[in-house]
Design a protein around this ligand. Sequence first.
Ligand code: BGC
Length: 760
Amino acid sequence: MKKQIRALIPLVCMALMCSCSQQGNDTDSRMDMFIDKLMGRMTLEQKLGQMNLVTGGDMVTGHVMSNELEQMIRRQEIGGVFNVKGAGKILELQRIAVEETELGIPLLVGADIIHGYETVFPIPLALSCSWDTVAIEKMARISAIEASASGVNWTYSPMVDICRDPRWGRIAEGNGEDPYLGSVLGPAYVRGYQGKDMSGKDEIMACVKHFALYGAVEGGRDYNTVDMSRQRMFNEYFPPYEAAIRSGAASVMNSFNLVDGIPAAANKWLMVDVLRDRWGFDGLLVTDYDVISEMSTHGYASLPEASVKVLEAGTDMDMVSSGYYSTLKQSLDNKAVTMEIIDKACRRVLEAKYRLGLFEDPYKYCDTASVAGKIYTPEHRRVARDIATETFVLLKNANQTLPLVPKGRIALIGPMADAANNMCGMWSMTCTPSAHESLLAAMTKELQGKAELIYSKGCNIYADSTVENNANGIRPIARGDNELLLRQAMAAASKADVIVAALGESAEMSGESASRADIRLPDVQQKLLRSLAATGKPVVLLLFTGRPLVLTWEDANVDAILNVWFGGSEAAGAICDVVFGRVSPSGKLTTTFPRHAGQIPLYYNHMNTGRPDPDAKVFNRYTSNYIDESNEELYPFGYGLSYATFEYGAVSLDKTTLTAGDSITASVKVTNTGHCRATETVQLYTRDIYASLARPVKELKGFRRITLEPGESREVTFTITPDMLRFYNSQLEYVWEPGEFDLMTGPDSKNLSSVRFELK
Ligand code: BGC
């Protein structure tokens, strides 16, 4: 131990000496000095060890490569671990790294803290529907406080992949289909996680992922191929990555898919020309899980060759595949790679550790004594509940079925009603579901002494147990007999005045490796819902889902639909807040809901074609449409109802000509014409009428969340500058072009008031 402590002391002293001696902008040179000295003492093997990242296996997303962590740390074979749960366990690993190795270099400790740690917030797709950057930053801050108290210093979030295909389960992890919204929300995550500059005890490193284009996998099938034009990459898919990176994210993870036929991590154009050179990203670049070894399966390169290519493309850390650690020495001997490039990667790993303050205090994240008081606190839970209410989207509310009045007899029916373990959705492996309340429990409490609650499970998730097993992983919902469950549900419904159907996807039907070909409600749940609707009683569908579903039948036959996504550890209380009217729903969709899966990809900011369909109601031959389905979506991007109603005035401009260096102010008056206080998100879109490249029919350019009392009006203004009208031309230059533009405002991407202006 003495020797080990000796090893630690010089490092700590060096870090302190370097950090105390100078101020301000000298941080980088202090860091450089420190790392120069440290690297001067390192062997090649120790450097390669720093570039090696292994999983602890507590939360698994692929084949677990190593279970002998402690030995690997002692042998200085790894620079970081991820998905290890438990402050005590992490402390011990960190202690071994610092006190039982020659160099005493602390570990990066990563984890997928995507929407909360013990206090779980709604899934990211739901969070995006709040359009609330303050809420998202708060969510990320609380996640960082809880994760850091538990020893984690690096989170693999935000995921900013644009996705226009709801079959892809990972749509749940992102901010939806819009590049502008994605560019505003991603930085909010980064600010929340990294805080001031990652030096605080509760500030952790963010990781922007998955660079790039992972959300565009063909057929919505996870890990599948991607192919797209560069023009589309730059205009439609890259903006959220760039924005999150420019907001200061200190690390980036590359993606599994091909880009231009080359696995992303090995794609030099993508990683060097775009990420490092064009966007100036100088932080830590890590592969996704096992990416390097999968390159041979891709038909691209053997492990040694792939390791060289990925390293040359600027990736510093190898997650799980051990390609760097096991092959680069040989490649160096063979002159297939240079020491300079290995040094560069190792340096970036050490820089990340330095910036996190790990050299000054390797145990800053391992305060085991105070963990309990920092996680899942009443305050964090209250914030999570409030935020959850902002994410629910009211899709339909005929005859003001919602909010429910707590009286009479209310039937709560469906497999999601008593499934507390399913409320958090995917990537919630760090939480303790047994601590969470089910919707049934929350509603029982809510209605005590006011109304009778009649519960029935109603059905399984799927009729077929094999398909249901595919949909379930660590959080299964116990199965029953389908016919019996239906009979019991109908008996419950027959006694009720109103029926609340808690249906949808189980938590693990979205997220990684959870693609669906049929995105309707699962078979047996549809059957149940049809039977409930046939009673003629008012039916409220509480929809649990990690993706947009096809709800065409439901929209036509159910009285009210409240999409509650997966609302997190406090979802049950939040659902009651909205269902019983304490809070008016305010979420607005960030993905288009199709009428039919055959319309996918269906997104609001599409190109017009030369033959757009002139009328969705009738079939028009030789226009761009379908014989058997309209082009219309069921619910458009930006859509979401409220218990109040909002009246929009016509949009007006202070002038109709915009010139370089100038701006136009657009104003629209919004009035709450309903009977309750409510929040509305006012949206701004533009359309470039003619450009050197065809431009989308509309593009989101701004939004404002406003809360109005009944009868209250607000003049909402937007400032439009030429910069907001830029796009990447065919030379990939970011330009605005003179010409006419439509400017549109309204409550969603469909109901818009429009005015024209000219950019000169
Ligand atoms: C996922 C990443 C995740 C990583 C580590 C991968 O399978 O694609 O999003 O961060 O595992 O758990």
